[in-house]
Design a protein. Structure first.
Length: 735
């Protein structure tokens, strides 16, 4: 074994022994923090995986491949090995993981970790790199017989008939993922990050966990509320909590996290950014232990720190080193596709808790993936909490079908009367009423499509109300962020006026208006919209402060589940011209999403959840590649476009960015800043919006950005404009 220790693991001359020691050091650091979440047998298997994972690098072909000439040239049977490898794979490198188990003493290891543990160990080592190299077992046997056996006494070939194919029982795959995931975590650290970043950042800050900081911070302000007491008592249970806005459910969820690693998921980037800042600065806990992950998180992290520190924090975030991560579900739940390489994602769930905030916001297919992901999390030993303002019965029905064990759903509702509704059957909003209300109130108008939002804005912008502004998804990112900040600033001011928007404000912005005019939409979205009006205040007025326009805009297009839309309208009439209490809202959602009725009418919504769940349950390990899984998880095709007029106004800046991105000599930060500039001046459009390439042209190869020949309207001084101006009226049917 001494000879193996001295052989190279890396082309820089780092030895197998040194690299292995780095893994074992990472192992020690990690288990000093999360030891209690693993059995003794699991720890022994993981440790042995670290010890043996790179022994296959001792083979002649690997040492030659990484340039260890001192070793390969002194071998007396060099020509024999050259011929052997040439005959086997025409000179290509053999994945070392395929060879490493040959060094394990089958009998003694089996007595140490058991038969099942030995199989998990073999497979974790065999597959610890995701290689697409087709090598026969007979070829591996030849290498063992002719080289590894004679030179290193590595003669174990029994593992070759224990290697998994795709037909693996679910519970076995989960156990395997827990071992391989931890091996890969330590291996990635030892290979890439050891000089700069920790393998795991401990959650404790000044001898306390985040849950303790939140508890202490809360009790200093007020006596614990019922929802907070409940979740604090249920730290070791999976929980489902239905709680009104303003009742303290965020603090309750954070108290529930206990001593585990924390993943707090939210549907939208804006919500994630706000929650990240809230946890960093709201409870006395160290912001150095909290991070965020979404498609634009690197820019958020760099804006708060110096550039180098921001990049390092982002890299550590991508390796999931932080004890608290606020993120979108796609950052962690892609393991439901069981692709090679997802094991580290699932393995870290073993010692983690996952909070799913506002689960009703997800479409049926994504909801199914989340629920199946929660099942896998439970199988591996993790915990979950669902915290939401409303919970469609469909969710609990499919949780039961999956066998997801949790405490029965508990409701914690405010007694405040916040909303009185009025349903209008008119085709258009009553603009005179809106203008009159806006003279002494903050009025919010939410439309179902960008087309309608622009139409309403055009109708109101010349009225005698000084403050009329528009926000929707077809502004470039820079301007959209300006408008989001502006609407928050307006909501917190004493100023009155009108904001027109789309469903992008349903759950993403913490705003509170005096009156809401909204187009009718499905129940869950409608209640989210109502949450933007009298958010935490009690309403004692005689007139309705929520006016719902039942004009069916977006029916069957934006809102494709017509049966849910129709049921939302039908059951809302029971509350017309009445106070709509928090209890009423929950009864309303229960009726709209009643499982038996949805099954009776063969609801498309219900069937989509069921069909997607069946697909995920029947997915065999290794059926998907990582690229396929990431694409399928969200199942959304989007294009980043730059309005042609904006492109020409800033052509020199764009050309400079393109040059930097295409120049191999550009630094990482130069490329990042160039990409950031393009992103800031772009709009995300769906496939429907692009329609045909005749309207757009690729900005440059290697990055999927386009310029599009539509005008763009926004005044950066007045903060007004319509955003992307579509050439054809029909192009604005979708958001």
């Amino acid at each position: 074994m001494n000879l193996i220790d001295g052989l190279w693991a890396k082309s820089n001359g780092e030895t197998i022994k040194h690299h292995t020691e780095e893994l074992l050091s990472a192992y020690d650091v990690f288990f000093a923090i999360y030891d209690c979440f693993f059995t003794d047998n699991e720890k022994v298997i993981i440790k042995n995986a670290c010890i043996y994972h790179d022994y296959g690098k001792a083979c002649y072909n690997f040492q030659k491949y990484i340039g260890n000439c001192g070793y390969v040239n002194k071998l007396i049977n060099k020509s024999e090995f050259e011929k052997m490898y040439s005959d086997i794979i025409i000179g290509k490198n053999v994945p070392h993981g395929y060879l490493s188990p040959a060094f394990i003493d089958n009998k003694s290891m089996k007595s140490s970790i058991g038969k099942e543990g030995l199989i998990l160990l073999y497979n974790a080592i065999y597959y610890h790199h995701n290689r697409n190299v087709d090598i026969k077992d007979t070829d591996i046997s030849t290498i063992i017989d002719k080289e590894l056996g004679p030179l290193f006494n590595a003669r174990n070939k029994k593992y070759l008939n224990k290697i998994f194919n795709s037909n693996i029982p679910e519970d076995t795959w989960v156990q395997y993922a827990s071992i391989l995931g931890m091996l890969n975590k330590f291996d990635f650290y030892a290979s890439d990050l050891k000089e700069k970043l920790p393998v795991e950042i401990g959650q404790m800050y000044e001898n306390m966990y985040l849950s303790e900081y939140v508890y202490n911070s809360t009790v200093e302000k007020y006596e614990l509320r019922d929802v907070q007491k409940y979740m604090k008592e249920k730290q070791e249970k999976n929980v489902v909590v239905i709680a009104s806005t303003g009742i303290g459910k965020t603090e309750a969820a954070l108290m529930w996290t206990g001593t585990r690693k924390v993943f707090y998921t939210l549907p939208l980037k804006v919500s994630i950014n706000a929650m990240y800042k809230r946890i960093c600065g709201g409870y006395g806990y160290s912001g150095e232990k909290v991070t965020l992950l979404h498609s634009d998180s690197i820019n958020e992290l760099i804006s708060e720190d110096d550039e180098i520190a921001g990049v390092l924090k982002y890299q550590a975030s991508r390796r999931f080193s932080f004890p608290v991560t606020v993120c979108t579900v796609d950052q962690i739940f892609s393991f439901v596709y069981k692709y090679r390489g997802c094991e580290m994602l699932l393995a870290m769930m073993k010692y983690s808790v996952v909070i799913i905030d506002e689960i009703q916001s997800y479409d049926p297919k994504l909801l199914a993936k989340i629920l199946y992901g929660l099942k896998l999390i439970c199988l591996i030993g993790g915990r979950f909490a669902i915290v939401t303002a409303t919970l469609p019965p469909v969710v609990t029905y499919f949780m039961d079908k999956l066998g997801l064990e949790s405490e029965k759903p508990e409701k914690f509702l405010l007694n405040k009367k916040r909303h009185k509704i009025k349903i209008s059957e008119n085709i258009e909003f009553d603009y005179d009423e809106i203008i009159n209300k806006a003279r002494n109130k903050k009025v919010l108008i939410i439309c179902n499509t960008v087309k309608k939002a622009i139409e309403v804005y055009e109708a109101l912008k010349e009225c005698d109300i000084d403050y009329v502004k528009l926000l929707h998804s077809k502004f470039i990112q820079k301007h959209r962020r300006i408008l989001e900040n502006e609407i928050i600033k307006f909501a917190n001011s004493t100023e009155n006026g009108i904001w027109i928007s789309t469903q992008i404000v349903e759950a993403s912005l913490d705003i509170d208006f005096d009156m809401l005019f909204t187009e009718m939409c499905p129940a869950d979205g409608l209640l989210q919209r109502m949450g933007r009006c009298y958010r935490k205040r009690e309403y004692n007025g005689e007139e309705a402060n929520i006016v719902v326009l039942n004009n069916k805009n977006g029916y069957g297009t934006v809102y494709k589940h017509k049966e849910i839309f129709d049921r939302s309208v039908e059951y809302l009439y029971e509350y017309n011209e009445k106070i709509f209490s928090e209890e009423d809202k929950n009864r309303y959602v229960d009726r709209v999403y009643d499982v038996n009725e949805l099954m009776d009418i063969k609801s498309n919504y219900f069937n989509e959840v069921r069909e997607e769940l069946d697909k995920r349950k029947n997915t065999s390990p290794f059926d998907f590649s990582k690229k396929e899984a990431m694409k399928k998880f969200r199942d959304i095709i989007t294009y980043m476009v730059i309005p042609e007029s904006l492109y020409h106004e800033n052509e020199m800046e764009f050309d400079d960015c393109i040059e930097k991105l295409n120049d191999s000599g550009s630094s990482y930060n130069e490329k990042r800043k160039a990409k950031e500039y393009i992103e800031e001046n772009s709009i995300s459009l769906g496939n429907y919006d692009i329609r045909s390439k005749a309207k757009s042209r690729t900005l440059f190869e290697g990055l999927n950005y386009y310029t599009i020949d539509y005008e763009y309207d926004f005044d950066e001084i007045k903060l007004k404009g319509t955003g992307l101006k579509y050439n054809k009226e029909s192009d604005l049917n979708y958001l």
